[in-house]
Design a protein around this ligand. Structure first.
Ligand code: NAP
Length: 283
């Protein structure tokens, strides 16, 4: 079997076109949706992510403000800037690019963002609501993965799902969204004994570890759906995921590529969350 590739770039195009339509409808009513992106320091990868997010806004009718600060910015100054953005009626979403320099407490910064502008979905109010009810925003990466399942009509209710990774931004919210959809979910981490024993019985595998080639063909049940969130570099410096794509695509039923899979969907769901925030603010 050769797996069907879930094309995140193509799906993103469709979803971004819907965002652009909604942005135009809001603009026609005199409301311009706005996202503020805040970058502290000069982390090379973060600069690329932020540039891509700002460009995606521009391409789809959203207004964006890009605040770039030196790594020496004090925590107090960053909190003051967030306070100003919270009160700015032109701004509907606030994204602080992580990681922050070590002298800044990232938790404190995230908690300072108004929950109704927390388009990353990382604020404790939104993370808690993901657990207990309807969050204002779902974290962009796992939300994008859910859209991929929906687009391919991959059944989640009753499915055995294994999420590899337990971070607050990917693994844990991914697991919660799968639980919400009725899957039976196992969350694995670096201490998991015999990872392959878990993945081999999974209908759905979501790998989010940052470990290249962690998931190999022998770990995958024939026909399973394999979602690769990882972003790593191979020996030639090319972008690759956590999954041995060439081997696993011969066993899996569905697979996401890297690049062109989950990455573009993450930015797309940021736009979706921002447009939702703007629509709520506009009433
Ligand atoms: P993270 O905070 O470093 O978490 C990695 C997780 O993987 C941890 O829970 C870790 O377990 C687990 N892990 C590491 N090695 C493992 C192993 N051998 N077996 C099982 N679990 C293992 O990373 P993250 O922020 O969640 O990101 C994960 C990956 O996704 C990274 O490559 C990142 O660049 C990528 N990412 C991509 C997107 C996108 O849009 N495509 C968005 C966000 C992140 P412990 O908790 O036990 O240490």
């Amino acid at each position: 079997m050769t797996a069907r590739i879930i094309d995140g770039t193509l799906l993103s195009k469709q979803l971004r076109a819907e965002v652009a339509q909604r942005a135009a409808a809001l603009a026609a009513r005199g409301h311009r949706p706005g996202l503020a992106v805040v970058l502290v320091g000069d982390n090379a990868a973060s600069q690329v992510y932020v540039r891509n997010k700002v460009k995606a806004c521009e391409d789809n009718g959203l207004h964006s403000v890009y605040d770039r600060y030196p790594a020496e910015l004090s925590e107090a100054d960053l909190l003051a800037r967030i306070d100003a953005l919270n009160r700015d009626p032109q701004i509907h979403g606030i994204l602080v690019q992580l990681p922050l320099p070590p002298h800044i407490d990232a938790h404190k910064v995230i908690e300072a963002i108004a929950p109704e502008k927390d388009v990353d979905g990382f604020h404790i109010a939104n993370a808690g609501a993901l657990m207990t009810g309807k969050p204002l925003f779902r974290p962009c990466t796992p939300y994008g993965v859910v859209k991929m399942f929906e687009s391919e009509r991959i059944p989640l209710a009753g499915a055995n799902a294994v999420v590899i990774g337990r971070s607050n931004i990917v693994g844990k919210p991914m697991a919660m969204l799968l639980v919400e959809a009725g899957a039976t979910v196992t969350i694995c981490n670096s201490k998991t004994r015999d990872l392959a024993a878990h993945t081999r019985s999974a209908d759905i595998i979501v790998a989010a570890t940052g470990k290249r080639n962690l998931v190999t063909a022998d770990m995958v049940k024939p026909g399973a759906t394999v979602i690769d969130v990882g972003m790593n570099r191979d020996d030639e410096g090319k972008l690759c995921g956590d999954v041995d794509f060439a081997g696993v695509r011969e066993v899996a039923g569905y697979i996401t590529p890297v690049p062109g899979g989950v990455g573009p969907m993450t930015i797309t769901m940021l736009l979706v969350n921002t447009i939702e925030a703007a629509e709520r603010a506009a009433g």
